[in-house]
Design a protein around this ligand. Sequence first.
Ligand code: UD1
Length: 420
Amino acid sequence: MDNIRVTGGRRLCGSISIQGSKNAALPMMAASLLHRGVSILKGCPRIADVFWMEKILSEIGAVTWWEGHDLYLDCTNADKTEISGVYTGKMRSSVILLGAMLGRNKKGCLGYPGGCVIGKRPIDLHILALKSLGAHIEERPFFLCASCRELQGGRVVFPGKSVGATEQGILAAVLAKGETCLENCAREPEIQWLCRYLRGMGAKIWGDGGECIHISGVEELNRGEIQVPPDRIVAGTYLCACAATRGKIVIENPPEGELDAFLKVYRKIGGQYQVKSGKLVADGSGVRFSVPYLETGVYPGFPTDLQSPLMAVLTTIPGESHIREKIFEDRFKAAGEMNRMGAGITVAGRDAWIQGGSPLCGCSVFAQELRGGAALILAALAAEGETDIHGYSYIRRGYEHICQDLCSLGGICSCQTQRR
Ligand code: UD1
C-alpha cells in the first residue's frame, strides 16, 4: 500500500502549476518560532516533511492549522525546549530549529536529525555557526542540546558551503545582540526566500544571495507572512518527465531565474524552451544528445537534487553520458533500480556513466530516497509496460501530488498511499 504504478510509453503534454517549495517552506516554519504570535505561509506544500515539521513544532507548544494551502503557525506558547527524536529522526532539516530555539528561549534540545540516506550528512557546520554566536553545545546520547546566556553577534567563516548551516546561522543571528557576519555562505535561492520572510518580520539582513551575509540583531520580530515560492526542484523534475517522454509541457508558474543551470543542460540535450507571458513553455521532442560530462555543484551550479531525475532522462538518449556527484557521496541509489529496468549505468564512487538508448522495461523497483524515487517514476514513464515503484512514502516527502500532476499531463500513473 505504499507504491506507485506507472504505465509507460505516453508523451506528456499539457499545462501544470508547481507546488510551493519544500526547501523554502521548512526553514520559514522554523523562523516562525521567532515571533510570539501567528504567522502565515501562503501556498505551502502539503507534503510529509511539512507535516512532520508541524508535529515537531506542536511538541514545543506551537499550534498550526491549514486553510487550503495556507499554513498558519501560532507560536505564542511554543516555549518548551525539548523536542523528541520521533520526528526529528525523520528529517534532517529539523536541526535548524536549534538556532531558532536559541534565539527565542536561549536553549533547545533536539533528538538527532535524520533524513534521506544520501551520504554522511554531518552537522559540524551547524554547530560551528551556533558556537561562534556564543552557544554552548552538548552532544548527549539521544539529544543535541544548545544553550547560551545570550546570543552574541559574531563572525562565522564556514569552511565549506552548506545550505542548512547558512540558514542555521541566519536564524540564530537575527535576534542576537549586535552584528553578525556569515562568510562563505551557500547562495541557494531558498536562503534568499528565508531572508525575505525574516525581513518582512523586521529582521535586518543584507547580502543574502552572495557569499557574505550581514545581520544586525533586533530585539524582537513581528508576524511573518509570505507566499511560498514555486518549488524549483519539482519544476525541474517535471521538465525531466517531459524530456524523458519527448513531450511538450507548459509550466504556469516557473521559479524565475532559479533553474538556469538545469535549463542550460536541457538545451544541450536537445530540449527547447521559452518564457512566454511568465510561463515556461518546454518542448522535449528533440531530446537526443548525451552529456559527455556534468557535475553537480552548489548554487548556481547544477542542483544535486535534479541529478537523479536527469539520469533517468539520460538513460533514454543513445550514447554515453557521465555525471559526477560533487555534493553528496552516496546519491546514486536509483541507478541500480534503473538498471533492473534495462538501463546501462555504471557507478564508481562519485561518478556514474550512463550508456543510454537501450529500451527500458517495466518491472518492480524500490525508491530509497526522495529524488531518486522521483527519478524512478520518470524512467517508468519512458519504459515499455508497467512499473511498480515501491517506497512511495519517500516521494511524498517532497511531491504533493505527483500522480495527479503526471496524469493531468497524459501520463498513466496511480499512487497507493499509506494513511499518515
Ligand atoms: C539542502 C536541501 C537539499 C539539497 C542540499 C544541497 C533542504 C531542506 N534540503 O540540504 O534538498 O540536496 O541542500 O543543495 O533545504 N555538510 C557538512 N557539514 C554540515 C552540513 C553540511 O559537511 O554541517 C556537507 C554535506 O554533507 C554535503 C554538503 O555539505 O556534502 C552540502 O549539504 P547542505 O548544503 O548542508 O545540505 P542540506 O542543507 O542538508
